[in-house]
Design a protein around this ligand. Structure first.
Ligand code: HEC
Length: 118
């Protein structure tokens, strides 16, 4: 290989490498885990039912009333989410308790299981 060819190789490869890693990193961002869901009896089910299309941030960023959560669940079902009827009430309890409108106001502090790492 000529010296020129080698230089060209050296000049082209690092930017390509950098570029692909940037693309890969940004492509992975949407599926990043997001904030952890607070622990609770239905947490694993919520996680299973609600994080296949978007990460938990979609949920943890909300402050909704029970009625609004109910509407959200309906909307998600319309989009393809599967929420067993028997779990629906528990989902609503969990979501309203952890991501309700005035978090902590109605709940005794002991019930608020503070999530470990944020
Ligand atoms: C089949 C895919 C899918 C599943 C499963 C799913 N979602 Fe969504 N979710 C979406 C999409 C798509 C959006 C964006 C909708 C929009 O922007 O209008 C979204 C947005 C949201 C939002 C943001 C509010 C909004 O209206 O944009 C919340 C809150 C939410 N989802 C909660 C949930 C919960 C809770 C579950 C589990 C019961 C769930 N999602 C399961 C597809 C899904």
């Amino acid at each position: 290989m000529s010296v020129w060819g080698y230089c060209l190789f050296q000049r082209i490869v690092p930017p390509i490498f950098l570029f692909t890693s940037i693309i890969l990193a940004s492509a992975q961002a949407p599926s990043a885990p997001g904030k952890p869901l607070p622990p609770g009896p239905v947490q694993p089910k919520v996680k299973a039912a609600c994080t296949s299309c978007h990460n938990t941030s979609r949920i943890t960023e909300q402050h909704l009333t029970r009625q609004q959560w109910s509407d959200q669940l309906e909307k998600m079902e319309g989009l393809g989410a599967v929420i067993p009827d028997s779990d629906r009430n528990n989902f609503l309890n969990y979501l309203t308790k952890n991501f309700g409108p005035q978090k902590g106001a109605a709940d005794p502090p002991a019930k608020k299981s503070g999530s470990a790492s944020n």
